[in-house]
Design a protein around this ligand. Sequence first.
Ligand code: FAD
Ligand code: EPU
Length: 341
Amino acid sequence: MNVKVDQYVDLKPHNTMGISCFARYLTRVTSEQQLSEVLLWAKAENLPVCPLGEGSNVVFSGDYEGLVILVAITGCETTESNGRVLVKAGAGENWHGFVRWALDQGLYGIENLSLIPGCVGAAPIQNIGAYGVEIKDVFHSLQAMDVTTGEVISLDADACQFGYRDSVFKGELRDRYVITSVTLSLSKVFESCLGYGHLQKEVLQEAGDQPVTGQLVSDVICRIRNAKLPSPEHLGNAGSFFKNPVICDGHYKELLKTEPDIVLFPAGNGRWKLAAGWVIEHCGFKGVVRESGAGVYKHQALVLVNHGSADGQAILALAEEIQQAVRERFGVLLEREPRVY
Ligand code: FAD
Ligand code: EPU
């Protein structure tokens, strides 16, 4: 095989939680050819494979006894189609770098997703979303390689079955494909989407008497995110540790009787999205630090953090403690967002 595979590699630099554990094998691929070679090798060795981008949505509960593949296939190509611009980006492109590149080209639709850590290839896995936009809103298609046959397929938005922090890659196709590229359909015309929280107010304030541009929206979102979320270089974390639970109208009315200040947002079809951060805060977890080094971020209770020494088990133990407290007080099940290995 022409691709280098290392053994017993510490995964600490490869997960933003900063968990130290070992991968039995680790490799980095920069082309489909290399990917197909390492997949063949893993199959022959009967090893499970774990494709990784920047490790910003994973928790390693212990050593990984398989092959970790850092997907570093890069490059961007654009074509025009029906007044939109299709941009095909390699799975290994850094997501935020890609957003800023698109803005520099005068291409819009993903500015609200600025500063989400990770790579392009991971973005469809959980249908990344922020500030009122999800990748599904501009998604065209993706290419992915079957881990057992090496066959490359193309999937459109319907086939990806996108939902809130969800896609077919978390269900039926879990662990079956490595995404090699993602194609988005972007617009040459900027249309702002400022309905989330206080975004509009902050953007208009920043703009003053200047027009609102895609770059300005991106800058404001970066500022808000930097103020709210811990930077993984300084404090290990994987962003929101739980999804915001969606509950039915009956449950909502029941909760209001005892929790009149509870924060919820309409989720369509008479359902409500509960602010998990509020719920966790009101169970008394905001800012806690356990002896293990696992903790809850002091400015955002939905973010679990690693103060340095926590391993995956310690993070998961704290997550379970939170889930239990929330279930007991609110009758709500918090579903983990990052993938646990
Ligand atoms: P990884 O963590 O490397 O992988 C995540 C999962 O995808 C794993 O199961 C992995 O096997 C799989 N995977 C990765 N690459 C591929 C591939 N090429 N083919 C097949 N499978 C693959 N998410 C949001 O949606 N919105 C946010 O606002 C947001 N904010 C965040 C803020 C912070 C500070 C952090 C740390 C995380 C945040 N996240 C957010 C979560 C995370 O950034 C996204 O889920 C991101 O898409 C993960 O990218 P990654 O490259 O790091 O994926
Ligand atoms: N809140 C609290 N206490 C907290 C945190 C939040 O009361 O400690 C309440 C606030 O009232 C706030 C509401 O929760 O109004 C919502 O908070 P925020 O706007 O910070 O968003 P979130 O629901 O906590 C979600 C996503 C984020 C995304 C932001 C912005 C999920 C699971 N999380 O967070 O995504 O960046 O909205 O759109 O949907 C991620 O997925 O990793 C992630 C960071």
